[in-house]
Design a protein around this ligand. Structure first.
Ligand SMILES: [Zn+2]
Length: 194
């Protein structure tokens, strides 16, 4: 008789007391609180999430010397080196050309080429005064994409390149406003870790 009772039940009546065996301790709880994902795991900045590589739009850059268009400023630098023996990295490095000076260099070269003058690495290295002039802040080409990609002219092999120095305003401390749900939790965690 007691075998037919549901687990854990006990019956007491005038014929006696029957008890069914207790239910196994962990049965029935799987779906209730076994979800291993927490809110933390579902946030895109949690560990385990990979940043999807940003689709960087590559500007078409007209060569400083010829009419060829190249995919990005860096490729243009390599093209100038290989095709025209013009070493932009060396010119820039020799005089530690910063953002402004590089713009002047670009516009100077554009105007020289427009006037059919020959440009050589040696000339630019030996006489930077030629291009270090305010008037070369003025774009020579209309909508010169290179002028919007000056940063890309930074020499990747030269950590001292002035163009490679990141501006300081990138990391603003705080940024608590506008963060989504769960940020409160995160702030608590961060405080606890300090
Ligand atoms: Zn070219």
């Amino acid at each position: 008789m007691n075998k037919s009772l549901p687990p854990g039940w006990r019956v007491i009546n005038n014929t006696g007391t029957w008890s069914a065996p207790a239910a196994p301790p962990d049965s029935g709880s799987d779906c209730e609180d076994g979800n291993p994902l927490t809110e933390e795991d579902l946030r895109p900045d949690s560990p385990g999430w990979e940043d999807v590589e940003e689709e960087v739009e590559v500007a078409s850059i007209k060569c400083l010397i010829c009419d060829e268009n190249l995919d990005g400023a860096r490729k243009m630098v390599i093209h100038c080196m290989e095709i025209h023996s013009l070493d932009l990295d060396r010119i820039r490095k020799e005089h530690r050309l910063d953002f402004i000076a590089t713009i002047q260099l670009v516009n100077y070269m554009r105007s020289e080429v427009r006037s059919n003058n020959t440009i050589t690495t040696e000339h630019l290295v030996s006489s930077p005064v030629a291009f270090r002039q305010d008037r070369f802040m003025q774009p020579v080409l209309e909508d010169d994409a290179l002028l919007y990609s000056i940063d890309e002219l930074a020499n990747p092999n030269d950590p001292e390149d002035p163009l490679a120095q990141k501006s300081e305003d990138g990391d603003v401390e705080g940024g608590a406003e506008g963060v989504g749900e769960g940020s409160g939790h995160r702030i608590v965690v961060e405080r606890a870790l300090r």
